[in-house]
Design a protein around this ligand. Structure first.
Ligand SMILES: [Zn+2]
Length: 501
């Protein structure tokens, strides 16, 4: 299959054409870009797309999401992370979902992602009550069927929940502690056996799908498990993906549990590496930022989720200056509540303007676009394959109609992409050289039928969810108390809007 996009405006984001949009052609042969420039010669059998009035750009990258939250889309509001997690990541009463429901849930995320220009995502997949090979397979199958590029984890927690948050032993009623103590998290051997099988079975599928290691967070996993996952990530050349200091409570957790910040704890264990991707990184000190920069880690900035859960604002400018690679993510589908990355780009462009009066330090549209393309690709360790339009790279690209109201009148294309566009100008989405969205419609799956099937399953699922919520609600007063105690703890800095970021 050969496709020739002729006479388009091209925003390449890399290679010799990286700096400015230009008018030219793109040739795609098989799954790769084989030529890009001002006057490309195309084979006579190529399918020609007239690029007049169109913009060709790299597909967007969602570098951190949890598809398991997708069935709770639009369900919760006005809860901080630790309260919200009682419901979205329940401690008690969760039951295994069917493989079909997991398939449809993953499909829901992929449908919205592709139609809004996300060609690649990193899905940190958590299954309640535990990861299972067939359920992980259902997610991989959905991403395979729809044609998206994805890196998928089997998220793991191997510590007693009560030992992952400060003050639980003093605040959680004893009868609830007794219930939690009955749960049995996986052992390190269980986990290593599982991820080896998952890697063998799913990694590399269809040339688009990859596996990653994702221990939940340093305070939620034993050092033995974190180190085992990190070693396997290094050996297999895949990301070690985790969460560090999303909230003030987590900022207090490091000193409370380990006598040092969680980032310093990660560093001292040898877990900060170029293959390490850290979601959030909000409650980091200057010392933490220096460690992260020296190690060359990636951070995924999930600004909409962080606003929705009141977590704070990550010091992105300081992270970039320290040498940290910054990517963008939607985060979970019920803390956002969509995987649309045009929304995330706009929010990221805006958020840093309200926590710092020095406008010379505000993020530019170019920096935001870089984070949502090459930065994301680097966080998934596939920056040599995707993230920009360059000869030899995979053909993951968007064709946007620039005759829409979003581009009228046309001024600076990058500003339009970050602040004016919402994905509605997208005409064509190509992944791995294959057109997966054409004129706003998915080409490989029947969206209407899939959504109808999902809707039919919702009454039963929502009745089940109400039962789970009722079982976990009794934890809420204790968590309100824990949050108040942590908010009152002085870390020497803050990451809410009053900070000079
Ligand atoms: Zn997350």
């Amino acid at each position: 299959m050969t496709t020739f996009i002729k006479g388009a405006t091209i925003l390449a984001m890399g290679g010799q054409h990286s700096a400015e949009p230009f008018t030219g052609d793109v040739l795609v042969e098989g799954d790769r870009i084989t030529a890009i420039g001002a006057a490309v010669q195309a084979p006579t059998d190529a399918t020609v797309i007239d690029g007049a009035g169109k913009l060709v750009m790299p597909g967007l990258m969602n570098a951190h999401l949890h598809s398991n939250e997708a069935l709770f889309k639009g369900r919760y509001d006005n809860m901080p992370l630790e309260v919200w997690m009682l419901y979205s990541y329940p401690i008690l009463a969760a039951k295994r979902l069917s493989e079909r429901l997991v398939y449809l849930r993953s499909m829901l995320v992929a449908i919205e992602s592709l139609k809004t220009g996300v060609t690649c995502l990193s899905d940190d997949l958590y299954e309640s009550p535990k990861a299972e090979m067939e359920l992980l397979g259902a997610a991989f199958q959905a991403y395979d069927d729809i044609g998206i590029r994805a890196t998928v984890s089997a998220h793991v927690v191997d510590k007693n929940f009560l030992d992952t948050i400060p003050f639980t032993r003093e605040t959680v009623p004893q009868h609830l502690q007794d219930e939690v103590n009955k749960l049995s998290p996986p052992t390190v051997d269980d986990y290593v056996g599982f991820v080896k099988q998952a890697h063998d079975r799913y990694h590399g599928r269809s040339g688009r799908l990859r596996f990653m290691l994702a221990p939940s967070a340093p305070q939620r996993c034993t050092p033995e498990l974190m180190l085992a996952a990190n070693d396997l990530a290094k050996e297999w050349g895949i990301p070690f993906h985790t969460h560090v200091v999303e909230t003030k409570v987590q900022g207090v957790t490091g000193p409370a549990l380990y006598g040092k910040s969680l980032m310093r704890y990660m560093n001292d264990l040898g877990l900060l590496n170029p293959w390490t991707t850290i979601a959030h990184s909000i409650w980091v000190s200057e010392d933490d930022i220096a460690l992260m920069g020296a190690a060359g880690v990636s951070v995924v900035h999930n600004t909409i989720s962080n606003q929705k859960l009141g977590a704070g604002i990550a010091p992105v400018r300081r992270l970039l200056e320290a040498g940290v690679n910054v990517a963008l993510g939607s985060d979970g589908i019920c803390s956002n509540d969509t995987p649309r990355m045009f929304d995330v780009m706009k929010a990221a462009g805006l958020a840093h303007k309200i926590n710092n009066p020095d406008w010379s330090r505000w993020l530019t549209a170019s920096k935001v676009l870089h984070a949502c393309t090459l930065g994301g690709a680097r966080s998934a360790l596939i920056e040599k394959e995707i993230g920009s339009l360059e000869v030899g790279k995979k053909a993951d690209l968007l064709i946007l109609d620039m005759q829409t109201v979003n581009f009228a009148p046309l001024n600076d294309i990058r500003n339009h992409l970050v602040y004016c566009e919402n994905g509605s100008s997208i005409e064509t989405v190509m992944v791995n050289g294959e057109v997966v969205v054409q004129d706003g419609r998915l080409t490989k799956v029947n969206e209407k039928a899939l959504l109808a099937e999902l809707r039919a399953l919702m009454p039963e699922f929502q009745a089940y969810t109400r039962g789970v919520e009722a079982a976990n609600q009794p934890f809420e007063p204790a968590f309100a108390d824990i949050i108040r105690r942590c908010y009152g703890t002085d870390l020497g800095f803050t990451r809410w809007a009053s900070d000079a970021g």
